[in-house]
Write a protein that binds this ligand. Structure first.
Ligand code: ADP
Ligand code: MG
Length: 342
């Protein structure tokens, strides 16, 4: 076979292989876009665990009519313009791949309205790079992305989808992670027309505690301490579980870097070291922690789905995490442990 350039839809489908594994990954990408658009309230409607339909509606800044087609085009983004931007990127997205990838493996419609426009506009993705003209559609300022029949045209992928229940479980976990990382965000999840989760924005400390309790359970919030530490340009905040709340599995460990939830080996290691002397062998700490630092000091372009990050100064980050948590644990004299509420 001679060398040929692949058609756009196939290129997008190949890219989709990296970022769109299942309904939960679609939800993650769409929510990240809503957050990047400055949304304060997001509603997620799903049917059949997201396999049949995922609709994400936000009140962000919207997309102007003339940019709708661009939003569905590969490598088109409003978030970076050059390498310098990439190296200090603070948005969750920047690759310009999510929407075209999702559109190439589903039936996607993008509807949006910006402030000051007479109307909203809607555009259907076709998976490639040719689009009809947008059509007027009523919509408040913000964006709705409607994704139906995920993998309808990729049987090989569809085969890997699990039961509705399993897919919904993954999707809920994505929502939980984002809800934890943005306490000020109002989030609503509706499954098959029934309310799954409804989280009002939480700005005050008590409301934030309550939100964490809703997501991680009442026992966690009762047996954890709130921590806030700063040093060397780094800031760590969040809830660290008391040694008495150790787990047999590492299933309650949330860590965010600059508002992005990550799974990072260096972080896990630093936390484990800090807890080493206070946890029995084989037990795992529970935590919901957030690290904030200059975006230029962390490289998020290490993985298409951005689950992993690379710290420019890994040592500094590791030591800061270890020392902050270790000190906080050392300060927990037996008497300082809050008694569980009656
Ligand atoms: P990326 O997020 O990497 O830029 P996407 O394919 O996810 O790439 O989105 C492409 C572009 O579409 C974004 O850069 C943004 O300008 C626009 N966009 C996508 N979703 C939204 C949204 N919910 N609100 C406003 N703009 C959006
Ligand atoms: Mg995106």
């Amino acid at each position: 076979m001679s060398i040929r350039e692949l058609p756009p839809q196939l290129i997008n489908q190949i890219a989709a292989g990296e970022v769109v594994e299942r309904p939960a990954s679609v939800v993650k990408e769409l929510l990240e876009n809503s957050l990047d658009a400055g949304a304060g309230q997001i509603r997620v409607d799903v049917e059949q665990g997201g396999m049949r339909r995922i609709r994400v509606r936000d009140d962000g800044r919207g997309i102007p009519r003339d940019e709708l087609a661009l939003a569905l085009r590969r490598h088109a983004t409003s978030k970076i313009a050059d390498l310098a931007d990439l190296e200090r990127v603070a948005s969750l997205g920047f690759r310009g791949e999510a929407l075209p990838s999702i559109a190439s493996v589903s039936r996607l419609t993008l509807t949006s309205a910006v402030a000051g426009a007479h109307s909203g506009w809607t555009l259907r993705g076709d998976g490639g790079d040719r689009f009809e003209d947008p059509e007027p559609a009523p919509h408040p300022v913000g964006t709705t992305v409607d994704v139906r029949d995920l993998f309808y045209n990729v049987p090989a992928r569809r085969k890997f989808l699990r039961t509705e229940r399993t897919e919904y479980g993954h999707l809920e976990e994505v929502i939980r992670r984002i809800a934890l990382s943005r306490p000020g965000l109002g989030l609503e999840l509706v499954h098959n027309g029934r309310s799954g989760l409804r989280l009002p924005p939480a700005t005050e400390a008590a409301a934030r505690d309550q939100r964490v309790a809703r997501i991680c359970g009442e026992p966690f919030i009762q047996q954890s301490v709130f921590l806030e530490q700063e040093g060397a340009g780094l800031r760590l905040w969040g809830w660290m579980g008391l040694p008495t709340f150790s787990r047999s599995q590492p299933d309650l460990q949330y860590f965010g870097v600059n508002g992005r939830m990550v799974r990072d080996r260096l972080v896990t290691h630093a936390v484990r070291q800090a807890y080493r002397d206070v946890l029995q062998h084989g037990r795992h700490p529970a935590y919901v922690l957030f690290l904030e630092l200059d975006p230029a000091l962390v490289d998020v372009n290490a993985h298409p789905a951005k689950h992993e990050v690379r710290f420019r100064d890994a040592r500094l980050v590791h030591d800061f995490l270890f020392r902050s948590l270790h000190r906080a644990l050392a300060e927990l004299r037996p008497g300082a442990v809050p008694a569980p509420a009656a």
